[in-house]
Design a protein around this ligand. Structure first.
Ligand SMILES: [Zn+2]
Length: 341
């Protein structure tokens, strides 16, 4: 009885949500059908996704994921595939789903990730349990980010195991996979991240500052720091915290992933790989002026063209230089105008 009531209440709340916020989500008969058979789950729908969660799933998060889908579509000129996202504590994906939903590619993510990441970032200090707001804040960037990896994988590389040597299992190098996920993040969170990155840049040594923009060709060839850490982390006693079974979109529930990335800064004179990738992604999007530059670069990688070959053939179309040497200069000039002083 309680379950039935709960299910009805959830459906009402969700329907109400769609009325109040018709632009972010569409009416969802599918959610009503799912919740009818899974009364302990909350369900929400974005343009491409069905989101299932055991715990309350803030509408703000649904909207951030919906915006991420649009950001992905704009940068790639390709819509995400329809998908099912299951946010869970530890339980398996429910099996009694309507047949058309059960057929969708599934993304799963542990809802415990943000809290453990926040605790780990406090470096073992006896930190208070993170507040709901702090957790939401992390998830606003984390969920669309991880879904960004998933969308890229599903659209371009649905058979990730074909490329086991790559950190993400895609045909693109790591910088591109990570940039693809950064660009789907909530803009407020992205702004905060940018503030932190540039703050570190301003506080950094002259060498750190020079290294931030130097050698873009190397950045585009380097593996993700998690990939680099992977082998040592496994041997380490801290390996418990460095449980890296999957990186990025194919991650099943790697809660500690965020923490490892955060702690993977290379040192005092060397800005972190993710920081540089994140700002370089801004540069590419800004130069492209709304054209789907990421889709074009991905097409190049799928055709086994190197980035410099793609640049020579397609760079001009996206208002980019056509040689790596000129790209280096243009990227430095862009960075100086934006952040130099
Ligand atoms: Zn990522």
């Amino acid at each position: 009885m309680k379950h039935i009531l709960y299910g009805i209440l959830t459906s009402i709340l969700i329907s109400f949500g769609y009325v109040a916020n018709a632009t972010a989500a569409q009416p969802s008969p599918q959610c009503a059908a799912i919740v009818a058979s899974l009364p302990e789950h909350r369900c929400a729908e974005t343009e491409f996704g069905i989101i299932l969660s055991e715990a309350p799933f803030p509408r703000e998060l649904v909207r951030a994921i919906g915006r991420g889908e649009k950001q992905f579509a704009a940068a790639f000129g390709q819509k995400p595939v329809r998908y099912l996202a299951v946010f869970t504590t530890s339980k398996p994906v429910p099996t009694d789903l309507p047949a058309d939903i059960a057929r969708l590619p599934v993304f799963t993510w542990s809802t415990k990730g943000a809290a453990s990441a926040l605790k780990a970032i406090s470096h073992g200090k006896e930190a208070a349990e993170p507040s709901e707001d702090q957790i939401l804040d992390v998830n606003l960037s984390l969920y669309p980010h991880e879904l960004g990896h998933f969308w890229e994988e599903q659209v371009y590389n649905p058979n990730a195991s074909d490329h086991p040597a790559d950190g993400y299992g895609t045909k693109a190098p790591d910088w591109f996979d990570e940039a693809s996920a950064f660009l789907t993040e909530d803009e407020n969170s992205a702004r905060n991240a940018r503030r932190i990155i540039i703050g570190e840049y301003y506080r950094g040594s002259p060498q750190y500052q020079a290294n931030f923009t130097a050698n873009i060709d190397q950045l585009l060839a380097e593996p993700h720091p998690v990939t680099k850490l992977n082998s040592t982390a496994k041997k380490n006693t801290a390996g418990k915290d460095a449980k890296i079974t999957n990186v990025g979109g194919s991650a099943k529930s790697s809660e500690e992933q965020v923490v490892i990335i955060e702690s993977a800064a290379d040192g005092l004179d060397r800005p972190g790989w993710t920081s540089r990738v994140q700002i370089f992604k801004d540069y590419l999007l800004e130069r492209a002026r709304g054209k789907p530059v990421f889709g074009s670069i991905m097409a190049g990688y799928l055709e086994k063209r190197k980035f410099e070959e793609w640049l020579a053939q397609n760079g001009a179309q996206f208002h980019l230089p056509v040689t790596m040497a000129d790209l280096q200069k243009d990227w430095e000039a862009w960075f100086t105008i934006r952040y130099g002083r």
